[in-house]
Design a binder for this molecule. Structure first.
Ligand SMILES: [Zn+2]
Length: 142
């Protein structure tokens, strides 16, 4: 049988999973589930595999007039991707313009910097601008 305070804390975790109730009765950020990150506003978008904060809605951009693009790779796999100026991803592979979805932009795989799941692609363009195209199904809002 849990003490009532432990049960209350558990209930608060269920209701407010981002926060925990500490002994000093102050709301504190949850730090146990993912590696330490700076706090983000509620517009944060997280890795669907590990819950790590990847980007946020206020980093959304449009290219060719659209934020969301439907793209098909040479293998016939179609992705719904959304574009962001910045993302907390690590790049994998050598940048190439082969089969690129955005003219004059070379792509690399973009992996979650926490769990290394494939989240999308980083595009580096001829004008040295860069952005991320992230698979919408691989991001979650909390
Ligand atoms: Zn992840």
């Amino acid at each position: 049988m849990l003490r009532w305070s432990a049960r209350l804390a558990r209930l608060q975790q269920l209701l407010f999973p981002v926060y925990r109730f500490d002994r000093e009765s102050k709301w504190q950020p949850e730090t146990t589930t993912v590696k330490k990150q700076r706090q983000q506003p509620e517009s944060a978008l997280r890795c669907a595999f590990c819950n790590y904060i990847i980007t946020s809605k206020n980093r959304a951009i449009s290219v060719d007039g659209k934020h969301v693009h439907i793209c098909t790779n040479p293998m016939g796999v179609t992705f719904e991707i959304a574009l962001y100026q910045q993302a907390d991803c690590v790049e994998h592979g050598i940048a190439t313009t082969e089969h690129t979805w955005f003219s004059d932009c070379a792509w690399q795989l973009a992996l979650c910097s926490n769990c290394k799941s494939h989240l999308g692609w980083r595009f580096t363009c001829a004008d040295s601008d860069s952005f991320y195209g992230l698979i919408r199904a691989h991001l979650v809002e909390l």
